[in-house]
Ligand binder design. Sequence first.
Ligand code: ZN
Length: 98
Amino acid sequence: MADVRLAERFVIPEEAIREVVRSVPEVLGCHHIRTRGSNDFIFLDLHLWMDRDMRLDQAHRLSHVVKDRLMARFPQIKDAIIHIEPPPRENGPGSDPE
Ligand SMILES: [Zn+2]
């Protein structure tokens, strides 16, 4: 049973998603990658890290670049919801903005 759940949960390997995200140089990283759906009909959501001083219009444009690349690389992704945030701070409370 565990194997079946795993196959459903990781319809696209997380590392493959990260690889696409890393192909956009201005993007600092990502986390909270989640996929839902079936193998050929996937909804993806993830959190993208961008410089906290980046202009909103640039951050927004980049989020679309990432989305376009993800959907081009994995046509089975029917929609992707991308949440933009600054990267977590090194230490201290509230270091991960979630
Ligand atoms: Zn987050």
